[in-house]
Design a binder for this molecule. Structure first.
Ligand SMILES: [Zn+2]
Length: 361
């Protein structure tokens, strides 16, 4: 109910010109680098509250919206070239996809070709071409499969996810992923064997095809003038948690593996889980990458470091994406932080505006 009301609110923000007013007020400049993950062509049974997979129809509508606003799509290579040569970055946009899901090639790529949308997909070469999803997606699958609950043993003790699952496996899976992300890499790998064993018990066909990684042949079939292939490490660890030798293997080793398979240089990198520090940035630079994207919200100017590019996440609904682009969503998010009162107020206000408009029509 609350979600439906929120959605209605974003629709009203667009239909009543609130987004237009905000776009004029905030007038954000700079290169917009968008971030997405998987794409699906129907409701996905095992989605998560962070909307990892969005419908291809929504993806198309959001790209069309940007084109209608006058944005020009460029590849990362072209954006970085313009940045280096001091050219204007205003109204430039690049679409990026993290984690290298097969669904990007199957559903998003044809839309990109048709509309002239350009971007980069960051792959995890350790799983490319296998039938093993990314470790975070394995956790999501296990949570959906074991809805009766389960327990995991960590060095700090046993955690039971029995009660929490309570009909909301998507939400629980995010909690489990967070627990694993906080562990030192060695401990994470060891503890993860429990998830792997539970994953083995999942019958074939239970995990949606959208969760599967892209294949090398699919990557070779892409036009790099439309969709470039970037590096997202060998196994998607939290890079600030690994020792230097592992960091180098994860970053340089992955870059070499992709370059060998595709026969092209790999210039672009994305920090898994948005985790990086000075040491990680230097490792990415010395491996030979020209750009790297983070999870930091915002646009990029000529002053933004090329190895710390900011991004804006695409949205599961067009209305919400429109409010995100105008800057209105950010204002609402900031204002609602202390509690839900502000939300209630805005929803009432938004609905009133619509009722008044309907009466006037
Ligand atoms: Zn990732």
């Amino acid at each position: 109910m609350l979600n439906a009301l929120k959605e209605k609110f974003w629709v009203v923000a667009e239909t009543h010109g609130i987004n237009r007013v905000f776009s004029g007020l905030t007038a954000e400049h700079g290169w917009l680098v968008l971030c997405g993950h998987g794409v699906c062509d129907g409701p996905l049974a095992m989605n998560t509250p962070d909307d990892r997979y969005i419908q291809v129809s929504t993806f198309r509508a959001e790209m069309e919206y940007l084109l209608a606003l006058g944005y020009t799509f460029v590849t990362l290579t072209e954006g970085i070239r313009r940045m280096r040569e001091g050219e204007s970055l205003d109204n430039l946009v690049t679409m990026t996809f993290d984690d290298g899901m097969h669904s990007v090639v199957e559903f998003a790529y044809p839309v990109m070709v048709a509309l002239g949308v350009k971007g980069c997909m960051y792959v995890v070469p350790g799983i490319v071409g296998t039938s093993r999803p990314l470790w975070t997606d394995m956790i999501i699958a296990v949570c959906w499969h074991r809805q009766g609950g389960f327990a995991l043993d960590f060095p700090q003790g046993r955690i039971s996810y029995a009660g929490e699952l309570n009909g909301n496996p998507g939400k629980t899976s995010l909690a489990v992923i967070q627990t694993f992300r906080k562990l030192p890499e060695e401990v994470r790998r060891k503890s993860f064997e429990q998830i792997e064993r539970m994953y083995e018990d999942i019958p074939e066909g239970f995990v949606p095809r959208e969760y599967m990684p892209v294949t090398w042949d699919e990557l070779r079939s892409l036009d790099p003038g439309i969709l470039e292939v970037g590096n997202h490490t060998l196994s998607h660890p939290k890079l600030v948690n690994v020792d230097h030798a592992t960091m180098q293997a994860e970053i340089s080793g992955a870059r070499r593996m992709i370059a060998d398979e595709l026969g092209t240089p790999v210039d672009h990198f994305c920090y898994p889980g948005g985790s990086y520090d000075r040491e990680v940035v230097e490792c990415v630079r010395s491996a030979g990458h020209a750009s790297a994207t983070t999870g930091v919200f915002g646009r990029n100017t000529r002053e933004t470091p090329a190895l710390e590019l900011r991004r804006v996440v695409i949205s599961p609904t067009l209305a919400r994406f429109q409010s995100r682009m105008s800057g209105f969503e950010r204002l609402v998010r900031t204002a609602m932080k202390p509690g839900r009162l502000f939300w209630t107020f805005l929803i009432v206000l938004g609905l009133q505006a619509e009722i008044l408009a309907a009466c006037a029509a």
